[in-house]
Design a protein around this ligand. Structure first.
Ligand code: HEC
Length: 154
C-alpha cells in the first residue's frame, strides 16, 4: 500500500514537472519572439525612415562629383572644353552643357546626367568618360534621390 502511494506521488510529481517544462518552453518561445521580433520590427521602421532622408548637395553629392567627374568637368578641363559642363559649383552643375541643363529637378528619369552615369545613353558618352571606373549603384541611387527631391543647394 505504501509503495503504491509513493509511486502515485512520483508519477504526479513527474507530471507536474513535465507540465512545468512545457510551460517554460512556451515562456522561452514567447521571450524569443519578443527579443527577436520586436527589434526586427523596430529596425524595419527605422530603415523606412532612412530611405526618406533628405540627400544633401554639400555632404552627399559634392563628394561623388569630386571622385568621378571634377577631374574633367572644371573650368578648362577636357569635359568642360568639350561640352561646356562645369560641375565645380552648384550653379555650374544646374546650368548644364552648352546645349542646356543635364539635371531636371524632381525628375531623375529624364535627367541627362543620370542617363549618362547609368550607361543608358550611347556608350561613347558614358560618364565618367574613357576607362574611368563607373559609379557604384549606391552613388547612382544617391544622385537620383537628390534630383527627385528637387536638386536643392542644401
Ligand atoms: C576623363 C574625363 C571625364 C570625366 C572623368 C567625366 N567626363 Fe563628362 N565629359 C567628358 C567629355 C570629353 C565630354 C564631351 C562629350 C564627348 O565628347 O564625349 C563630356 C560630356 C559630358 C556631358 C554632356 C554629354 C552630352 O553631350 O550631352 C555630361 C552630362 C557629362 N559629361 C557628365 C559627367 C559626369 C556626371 C561625370 C562624373 C560621373 C563625368 N561627366 C565625368 C569628359 C569627362
Amino acid at each position: 500500500m505504501r509503495r503504491l502511494w509513493s509511486w502515485r506521488v512520483r508519477i504526479t510529481i513527474a507530471r507536474m514537472t513535465e507540465e512545468n517544462i512545457m510551460l517554460n518552453h512556451a515562456r522561452v518561445k514567447l521571450y524569443f519572439l519578443l527579443v527577436l521580433v520586436v527589434p526586427f520590427v523596430l529596425s524595419g521602421c527605422d530603415s523606412g525612415k532612412k530611405a526618406e532622408q533628405k540627400v544633401s548637395y554639400s555632404q552627399d553629392i559634392i563628394p561623388i562629383l569630386q571622385r568621378h567627374c571634377l577631374e574633367c568637368h572644371v573650368i578648362n578641363g577636357s569635359g568642360h572644353q568639350a561640352s561646356g559642363l562645369d560641375m565645380s559649383t552648384y550653379q555650374g552643375l544646374m546650368k548644364g552643357t552648352k546645349f542646356g541643363p543635364v539635371v531636371k529637378a524632381g525628375d531623375s528619369l529624364s535627367s541627362t546626367l543620370v542617363l549618362l552615369v547609368e550607361g543608358k545613353a550611347d556608350p561613347s558618352i558614358k560618364m565618367p568618360h574613357g576607362d574611368r571606373e563607373a559609379l557604384s549603384t549606391a552613388e547612382i541611387k544617391t544622385l537620383r534621390q537628390w534630383i527627385d527631391q528637387g536638386a536643392a543647394n542644401n
